[in-house]
Design a protein around this ligand. Sequence first.
Ligand code: AP5
Length: 223
Amino acid sequence: MVTRALDVVLLGPPGAGKGTQAKRVAATFNLLHISTGDLLREEVGKGTELGGLAASYMQKGELVPDDLVAKMLVTRLHSQQSLAGCVFDGYPRTRVQADLLDGLLAELGRRVDVAVYLDVPDDEVVARLGGRRSCPSCGAVYHVLTQPPARDMWCDVCGSALVVREDDREEVIRQRLSVYRAHTEPLLELYEARGVLKRVPGQGAPEEVFARLADAVRGGSQR
Ligand code: AP5
């Protein structure tokens, strides 16, 4: 039983399974799931000014500028202060973002308790993202081979038509991987130096990966 706020960062390349696992972590540990990718896609879907700016970066597999993502994150974090903590999925992705997150959590008397790195090789990432189907209405995520919906191209949860994300084309996936290596992978060293990094093999069935991840999170909550 978690008695103080628990803040978990999920790190890993595109397609590592961060979103799939973050939902489970949030439900199991009663945490708020904050996915900056989902928040950005919501802004794009609503046609806001921020969404318009973000879309041009996302379509190319580039990072959205730190200040745009920061505004969205602050709003989300401050709207949900009473919860037991957060699982951050896709944030931070740069050193600037990591520093900002530390500052925001410190204002709330919290810190990053555990940073989990989901380790998945590049060829598996490309296979996973090539077969991903996403629900634009409720955010549910499927895979045509490993987690197919009951009815081809229709969401099991809300019945909406599933889509292939625009950034799941192979050339954009390669670019996202290269951006990940350049900007986000160095954060592993940062969290390792603080003693909060847990490396979790991301291959195997989602349930198996979750069992490893949950152990890592429990370890982090006891620090
Ligand atoms: P975002 O949506 O965060 O994309 P990402 O980090 O590239 O991660 P993905 O959502 O592609 O993959 P995932 O790791 O969540 O895997 P999933 O669980 O879906 O960001 C998109 C864009 O927004 C970025 O490129 C950037 O432009 C912008 N952005 C977002 N955050 C930003 C930030 N902080 N700063 C700046 N820009 C930002 O799984 C993938 C597939 O694999 C699914 O089909 C799933 O069913 C399947 N799968 C999952 N687990 C398994 C398993 N164990 N075995 C087999 N298949 C599995």
